[in-house]
Design a protein around this ligand. Structure first.
Ligand code: FES
Length: 260
């Protein structure tokens, strides 16, 4: 399932940086080389400052890539991402990518499952399947405000949209697992593509193991180099070997990483 590609460093012009919800932004960048190579599920390393600090690039998934442009949807939750949220049209952002390897898109009837900001990389996955197969998506978030913009993005890309919110303000109250069994039962899906917080991925891995459904999980991790050199993102593989999420992932088959 390795999908390797060339990597580039681009000084990408900001074409737009819009606030979607309370702390979530959509950044559109002019990045023709990265756009050309990016596969659904890959990420970029973003420099979130002008000078040397912060030294490490911030790993952010590519939500969409088309026409020489890439979209990054991110939560402004710290110094680096808040710096990014302040960037305006015409400014430049230093990005490196595409990094890691993406999803294998061989399903006939895919079910996408996204939690919180983990929904972002599923946009390009859904676009790859759109118009070809009957795909579904589970959108799980904190509340109606958060789900509303995700729902608008996926309404023309997925055949069925299942919704869960923590506070019950939209869809079923609960997390992704509150709707996943019903969605899987109704849709007859042959592969699950999931991205979200670790507890959600762990629960999905347990579910697909029980139901014997193939599944690919995109893991989130703190990273250093993003290139497989520093081990900052390593985790234990089920085969007893260490895996580097930036290099061997971020997408893994369920069962490939210990505990998932
Ligand atoms: Fe350095 Fe993954 S971030 S090895």
């Amino acid at each position: 399932m390795m999908i390797l590609s060339k990597k580039f460093v681009e000084l990408a012009a900001v074409l737009g940086n819009v606030r979607l919800g309370s702390d979530v932004y959509s950044l559109l960048l002019d990045a023709p080389q990265i756009c050309r190579e990016a596969k659904p599920g890959q990420f970029v390393g973003v420099k979130t400052g002008w000078g040397q600090a912060p030294f490490l690039r911030r790993p952010l998934s590519v939500a969409d890539a088309a026409d020489g442009r890439i979209t990054i949807i991110y939560r402004a939750a710290g110094v680096g991402t808040s710096w990014l949220a302040a960037r305006r049209e015409g400014e430049k952002v230093d990005i490196m990518g595409p990094l890691g390897h993406g999803f294998s898109l061989e399903a006939k009837r895919p079910l996408l499952v996204g939690g919180g900001i983990g929904i972002a990389p599923l946009i390009s996955v859904a676009r790859s399947f759109a118009g070809r197969f009957g795909s579904g998506i589970v959108l799980a978030g904190r509340n109606k405000d958060e789900i509303t913009y995700w729902q608008a993005m996926f309404k023309d890309l997925c055949h069925c949209v299942y919704i869960a919110t923590d506070d019950g303000s939209m869809g079923i109250r609960g997390n992704a697992l509150a709707v996943l069994p019903q969605a899987a039962e109704e849709g007859g899906y042959d592969c699950i593509y999931a991205c979200g917080p670790p507890p959600m991925l762990k629960a999905i891995a347990a579910f697909v193991r029980q139901k014997n459904i193939p599944c690919q999980l995109s893991l989130e991790s703190r990273m250093g180099c993003g290139l497989g050199a520093c081990q900052a993102c390593s985790c234990q593989g089920a085969d007893g070997k260490r895996k580097r999420i930036c290099l061997n992932g971020p997408v893994f088959a369920a069962g490939e990483v210990e505990g998932l």
